[in-house]
Design a protein around this ligand. Structure first.
Ligand SMILES: [Zn+2]
Length: 108
């Protein structure tokens, strides 16, 4: 996953671009429980959108978590329980993989 000769990785959030609507379609498609594991509230989650000032709020925020001692990282989307703030990370590659396997009905 190296982009340069010295192994440095240039992060390009465009490679992990997922729309809010597609993310909701993924959540429904995999039947993810919307019950918060900490407070038991059901269905009240905030999905974080936008990567920078002026960015499109219809695109999910992409988070980059460095892996210590390497130039690698894991990419995730995030949502939080509106009641207690519990933070949930969703592995971006899994979302993208599911979306490729399950195109919108109009594209079938
Ligand atoms: Zn909660």
């Amino acid at each position: 996953m190296s982009d340069t000769e010295d192994g440095a990785v240039n992060f390009d959030p465009e490679k992990f671009r997922v729309s809010y609507d597609d993310f909701i379609r993924f959540l429904d498609g995999v039947s993810m429980s919307m019950v918060c594991p900490h407070c038991g509230t059901s269905g009240a989650w905030n999905v974080f959108t936008g990567n920078a000032d002026g960015s499109d709020d219809q695109v999910l925020t992409t988070y980059k978590m460095p892996i210590a001692g390497t130039n690698f990282y894991r990419i995730s989307f995030a949502m939080s329980c509106e009641n207690c703030g519990t933070y949930r990370s969703i592995y971006t590659q899994r979302v993208i993989s599911w979306l490729l396997d399950n195109p919108p009905a109009a594209e079938i």
